[in-house]
Design a protein around this ligand. Sequence first.
Ligand SMILES: *[C@@H]1O[C@H](CO)[C@@H](O)[C@H](O)[C@H]1NC(C)=O
Ligand SMILES: *[C@@H]1O[C@H](CO)[C@@H](O)[C@H](O)[C@H]1NC(C)=O
Ligand SMILES: *[C@@H]1O[C@H](CO)[C@@H](O)[C@H](O)[C@H]1NC(C)=O
Ligand SMILES: *[C@@H]1O[C@H](CO)[C@@H](O)[C@H](O)[C@H]1NC(C)=O
Ligand SMILES: *[C@@H]1O[C@H](CO)[C@@H](O)[C@H](O)[C@H]1NC(C)=O
Ligand SMILES: *[C@@H]1O[C@H](CO)[C@@H](O)[C@H](O)[C@H]1NC(C)=O
Ligand SMILES: *[C@@H]1O[C@H](CO)[C@@H](O)[C@H](O)[C@H]1NC(C)=O
Ligand SMILES: *[C@@H]1O[C@H](CO)[C@@H](O)[C@H](O)[C@H]1NC(C)=O
Ligand SMILES: *[C@@H]1O[C@H](CO)[C@@H](O)[C@H](O)[C@H]1NC(C)=O
Length: 337
Amino acid sequence: MKRLWRVQVLQHGIFTLFLLLLVLTWTQANDDVLMLMAFKKFSVTSDRHAVLVNWTDTSSSPCSWHGVTCSPDGRVSTLDLSYAGLVGSLHLPNLTAMSALRGLYLQGNSFSAGDLSASSSCMLETLDLSSNNFSDAFPGQGQSFFSSCDRLAYVNMSRNSIPGAGGRIPFGLSLLQLDLSRNKISDSALLAYSLSSCQNLNLLNFSDNKLGGKLSVTSISCKNFSILDLSYNLLSGEIPPSFVADSLNLKHLDLSFNNFSGEFSFLNFRCCRNLTVLKLSGNNLSDTQFPTSLASCTLLEVFDLSHMGLKNNIPGSLLGNLKNLRHLSLSHNQFTA
Ligand SMILES: *[C@@H]1O[C@H](CO)[C@@H](O)[C@H](O)[C@H]1NC(C)=O
Ligand SMILES: *[C@@H]1O[C@H](CO)[C@@H](O)[C@H](O)[C@H]1NC(C)=O
Ligand SMILES: *[C@@H]1O[C@H](CO)[C@@H](O)[C@H](O)[C@H]1NC(C)=O
Ligand SMILES: *[C@@H]1O[C@H](CO)[C@@H](O)[C@H](O)[C@H]1NC(C)=O
Ligand SMILES: *[C@@H]1O[C@H](CO)[C@@H](O)[C@H](O)[C@H]1NC(C)=O
Ligand SMILES: *[C@@H]1O[C@H](CO)[C@@H](O)[C@H](O)[C@H]1NC(C)=O
Ligand SMILES: *[C@@H]1O[C@H](CO)[C@@H](O)[C@H](O)[C@H]1NC(C)=O
Ligand SMILES: *[C@@H]1O[C@H](CO)[C@@H](O)[C@H](O)[C@H]1NC(C)=O
Ligand SMILES: *[C@@H]1O[C@H](CO)[C@@H](O)[C@H](O)[C@H]1NC(C)=O
């Protein structure tokens, strides 16, 4: 009798727990509906391709809505509305409140910044806001999504009109790739800060911005740095000799089309054993001597020295050492035969 009672209590308990879990999942999925509807209401002012017409709060599950992908338990895990022709001012708190959302792809729309802070339940790993209409400096500290979304690994804000970030971005340990190319960033402190606080970053792209002044980096702190693109800016003065020497793990270094000057041979390439792409074209380095340390770059595949006004011929013995070279660009120089 007593035993039967216990079994019943146990069964009852399991049933209640099951019910509770069901209700909890249902409530969370319903919260996702609320948040997506809030995004539609607060962030989107024009939807000329009517991609969001099927987003209505009468449906209990958003998993079949255009752009939405769910995890097996019915929570929203990615939202992909790239190139959807949406116009509006983005309020990220609504979307980041969905605690199962891992990927947010809004590239190729016309969003500007409404509120780029994030909910504390943000679990985003990928954020792609490239090719939009963002034109404000995003908050460098405190409320920006960088500080709330501490799992972010990939952030792409390229092809907007962002002027900077108030000098710094609170890099998290999780951030691996940051693409800020083709903006209007003139905030050189942001570059210096990025290189000295970059934690686990392996890609940083500042190409085609308005960074000026000297490359005032004392040491690069990125432990796993692999790709750095600073091409098409207005950086000038000497490339600090330690800059190249410090970039131990770099595979891809692009400094082309800036206004760097100074003596080419001062650059120390002795540690650049991992370098496969090196682009220095469109600068004004003087070449009374060619840096012989370049011979250490045995993995070099792409080497671009065009548009540099070089006069002295490159030692053949050096090129002979670069056995992996596939693409050597020497056009627009002043070599003599
Ligand atoms: C929206 O729903 C209608 C039917 O209700 C369907 O014909 C249409 O393909 C859906 N559109 C999208 C973008 O899912
Ligand atoms: C969505 O964001 C707007 C604007 O920030 C806010 O007023 C609203 O309360 C949010 N909605 C939800 C459901 O969190
Ligand atoms: C882009 O933003 C500017 C203001 O920053 C606004 O005047 C313009 O209409 C926006 N363009 C589009 C296509 O939304
Ligand atoms: C960022 O987005 C642009 C398109 O908007 C793309 O071309 C570029 O490859 C992306 N960057 C990274 C690092 O994936
Ligand atoms: C950096 O961004 C520019 C412009 O978006 C792109 O053309 C270039 O390929 C990127 N560099 C790297 C190394 O990915
Ligand atoms: C270092 O970066 C490479 C990609 O460039 C990645 O595969 C590897 O996991 C990273 N290592 C660490 C410790 O983050
Ligand atoms: C080159 O890369 C490897 C991993 O890819 C790393 O262990 C090594 O420290 C890097 N640097 C040099 C100078 O070889
Ligand atoms: C490039 O650098 C030279 C000095 O090396 C300076 O006179 C010139 O103004 C700079 N040009 C630009 C566009 O910054
Ligand atoms: C290149 O640098 C030399 C001195 O190092 C200077 O005389 C010349 O004007 C510079 N050329 C340009 C295009 O900045």
